[in-house]
Design a protein around this ligand. Structure first.
Ligand code: S3P
Length: 165
């Protein structure tokens, strides 16, 4: 078994919303590795970061991604930093990965609506810029398709994914 589509991209790209809509349109299940990590740890991602640090979260995330890639056959959304792992990027090579891209302004305005992101505390704009600059090559490396989501509603992103995959 293998996911039909795997969505990657920075926070604010709309991965979870699009994954859920896309799965509903395809009549498939939706899975999100952040939710898998939280279910396993029994606490929110932000608490894992605070209590155990980012490295611990990344280890849990790497395991959650490997498990989901092996056993989930619906739509899968990865946490924004999952591509930082060499092992995860290697695993993604065999999958239909879509990079949901977003520019800085749209990304910042979308994450502004959700404060549960430990890596974006403080100056959200400069944190987001650094994160996007560092990760863009990694998203590009794993992606088979890229969709720029800035001016699109989630349902329009879903339309584009369905055309591509
Ligand atoms: C992270 C993104 C978050 C979550 C964690 C770390 C990141 O997921 O995994 O806070 O490093 O970009 P979303 O991309 O769903 O916000």
């Amino acid at each position: 078994m293998s996911p039909v589509v795997v969505l990657v991209g920075p926070p604010g790209a709309g991965k979870s919303t699009v994954a859920e809509d896309l799965a509903a349109r395809l009549g498939l299940a939706f899975r999100d590795t952040d939710a898998d990590v939280e279910a396993r740890a029994g606490v929110p991602v932000s608490e894992i970061f605070i209590d155990h640090g980012e490295a611990h979260f990344r280890a849990l995330e790497e395991e959650a991604v490997a498990t989901a890639l092996a056993e989930h056959d619906g739509v899968l959304a990865l946490g924004g930093g999952a591509v930082l792992s060499d092992a995860t990027r290697a695993l993604l090579a065999g999958h239909r990965v879509v990079f949901l891209d977003v520019g800085l302004a749209a990304g910042v305005s979308r994450v502004g609506m959700n404060g549960n992101r430990p890596l974006l505390l403080g100056n959200v704009r400069s944190q987001m810029k650094g994160l996007m600059d560092r990760r863009r090559p990694l998203y590009d490396e794993v992606a088979r398709f890229t969709i720029v989501t800035d001016d699109l509603a989630p349902s329009q992103v879903v339309d584009q994914v369905l055309r591509l995959v």
